[in-house]
Design a protein around this ligand. Sequence first.
Ligand SMILES: Nc1ncnc2c1ncn2[C@@H]1O[C@H](COP(=O)(O)OP(=O)(O)OP(=O)(O)O)[C@@H](O)[C@H]1O
Length: 155
Amino acid sequence: SPNKERTFIMIKPDGVQRGLVGKIVQRFEEKGFKLIAMKFVQADDKLLRTHYAALKDKPFFESLIKYMSSGPVVPMVWEGLNVIKVGRSMLGATNPADCIPGTIRGDLCVQTGRNIIHGSDSGDSAQKEIGLWFTPSELHDYTHHSEKWIYEKKK
Ligand SMILES: Nc1ncnc2c1ncn2[C@@H]1O[C@H](COP(=O)(O)OP(=O)(O)OP(=O)(O)O)[C@@H](O)[C@H]1O
C-alpha cells in the first residue's frame, strides 16, 4: 500500500547535544507518520563514510565526518504516505538560510555545517540508508491506532 512508504531520518550530533530529540520526534508523530525504528548510537567512521560516500570528493567531506562523529546520533525509520518527499519538506533546505519558517531546520538552526537532521532524498537512498543503519529485526511492525483517522478508508 502507498501508506507503507518508508524513509530514513537521522538527528545529527548537534541536534542531540542541543536537546532537540523530543521536539523532532514529536513533529513526525504529530504529522501522522509511524515510527518503525529508532536508536541512539555513536556512529563509527566506516559507517559514516559509507553513508556519505556520494559526497567523498566534496571539499567539506572530512569536516562532515568529524561533525557526524562528534557525538551520538538518533537514526530513525518513519513510515507513511509520501513520507520521503514530505519528510524532506518538513526538514527544509540543506542550507537553513534557504528554509522557510515552520520547517525543522528553518525553525531550529542557522548553518549548513550544523543543520541538525538528515533525511533520505529518494526511494533508492531511503532503502540503502535503512539497510545501512538497521538490521531487518530492528524494523518493527505494529498496530498504530491513529492510522484509521489519518487515511481514508479504501472502497
Ligand atoms: N557546503 C557545505 N559545507 C559544510 N557542510 C555541508 C555543505 N554542504 C553539505 N554539507 C553537509 O553535508 C550534508 C549532506 O549534504 P547534501 O548535499 O547531501 O545535503 P542534504 O541531502 O540536504 O543533507 P542530508 O543528506 O544531511 O539530509 C548536509 O546536510 C550538511 O550537513
